[in-house]
Design a protein around this ligand. Structure first.
Ligand code: HEM
Ligand SMILES: *[C@@H]1O[C@H](CO)[C@@H](O)[C@H](O)[C@H]1NC(C)=O
Ligand SMILES: *[C@@H]1O[C@H](CO)[C@@H](O)[C@H](O)[C@H]1NC(C)=O
Length: 332
């Protein structure tokens, strides 16, 4: 009896081993069908709440798209950006790029609550961010793509990573190119992903320097349309009004399209980091011109570059955890 039991055990281990191998090898990368069996309604649920939030606040699409970027550039796409400060964790929400600026956290938390009800401890916060970024793009008229899934959530955050890795609006083009390269993203990814600035807002404090001080940021004179500059100064005085908002793409601020690139060519980019794509290098200028002319080319490459950005150092297999709430790590 005992013998036959152990014989059976050996047989079943041998029989199941190819399956185990198949499972462990699929741990090695992200793929769109990751939740097809464990949480088939996951994508539908994310889409529903993103649409609801966008209906209530049309800017939210932009904010959610940006959150995924600010997540991926810091320790990879691991939802580190969503953690509040507690214990040894210092929240990335306090970093220079995020403070008084990053938004959409309540929407992600609302989605997470719904997903915990549907399939507990299954869908990561990092995957919610990646899906919400795609859904936001589609809702505003942009391209769609299959989102590779299976990221897990970090156990910590990095405020220094947030301060150092995410480019600032007054960084020089070589600095920005270096910061993208450090994430495995090339010049095409850079020019394409910055097309995200076709939607959403910036605070005055992020573009004031461009209005009143043309030195120190590598921008020669004449890179800002005079009438546009006059208009901007009324929204962003020399001092005060730091939090005043202005559209990143003033022509079609809620529509995901290639207008951003047309604005750059008209010297009506809002941020210094936007305009320098057109004024400071032939390679980036060529891409700006191509995208301004061909929306489809922009859309096709945007989908590809978003997948590439979403693939920055994900936590896979048993690394990290699936958080129950996105703003805090689980108790261990
Ligand atoms: C050189 C790289 C980049 C720089 C310097 C940059 C800088 C900025 C700044 C300064 C703002 C305004 C923030 C504020 O004043 O509150 C902003 C907004 C935004 N950024 Fe970027 N960004 C960069 C790349 C990206 C990328 C790669 C994406 C997405 C893939 C992105 C998506 C957005 C969106 C959608 C907004 C509007 C957010 C809202 O309205 O809430 N940006 N960015
Ligand atoms: C860029 O902006 C930051 C924040 O406003 C400022 O502290 C810094 O001096 C600026 N850098 C340059 C080179 O102008
Ligand atoms: C303009 O930028 C330069 C270089 O960053 C800085 O030294 C100077 O103080 C700035 N002037 C103003 C008015 O901000």
């Amino acid at each position: 009896m005992e013998l036959s039991m152990s014989f059976l055990l050996v047989i079943s281990v041998i029989a199941l081993s190819p399956l185990c191998l198949a499972l462990s090898s699929s741990d090695g990368h992200l793929y769109p069908q990751f939740y097809d069996h464990t949480c088939p309604k996951a994508q539908e649920i994310v889409k529903f709440f993103v649409a609801k939030a966008h209906a209530k606040d049309p800017r939210m699409a932009a904010s959610l798209l940006r959150l995924h970027f600010h997540d991926c550039f810091v320790k990879g796409c691991d939802a580190s950006v969503l953690l509040d400060s507690s214990g040894t964790i210092i929240s990335e929400k306090r970093s220079n790029p995020n403070r008084d600026s990053a938004r959409g956290f309540e929407v992600i938390e609302e989605i997470k609550t719904a997903l915990e009800e549907e399939c507990p401890v299954t869908v990561s916060c990092a995957d919610i961010l990646a899906l919400a970024a795609r859904d936001s793009t589609v809702l505003t008229g942009g391209p769609s793509w299959d989102v590779p899934l299976g990221r897990r959530d970090s156990l910590g955050a990095s405020i220094s990573g947030s301060n150092n890795n995410i480019p600032a609006p007054n960084n020089t083009l070589p600095t920005i190119i270096t910061k993208f390269k450090l994430q495995g993203l090339d010049l095409v990814d850079l020019v394409t992903l910055l097309g995200s600035h076709t939607i959403g807002d910036s605070r005055c404090t992020s573009f004031r320097q461009r209005l009143y001080n043309q030195t120190g940021n590598g921008l020669p004179d004449g890179t800002l349309d005079a009438a546009y500059a006059t208009e901007l100064r009324t929204h962003c005085p020399r001092s005060g009004g730091d939090q005043n908002l202005f559209f990143l793409d003033f022509v079609s601020p809620f529509k995901f399209d290639n207008q951003y690139y047309k604005n750059l060519m008209a010297r009506k980019g809002l941020l210094s980091s936007d305009e320098i794509l057109f004024t400071q290098s032939a390679a980036t200028r060529e891409l700006v011109e191509k995208y301004a002319e061909n929306n489809e080319l922009f859309f096709d490459q945007f989908s590809k570059s978003m997948v590439k950005m979403g693939n920055i150092s994900p936590l896979l297999g048993s690394r990290g955890e699936i958080r129950k709430r996105c703003r805090k790590v689980n108790h261990h």
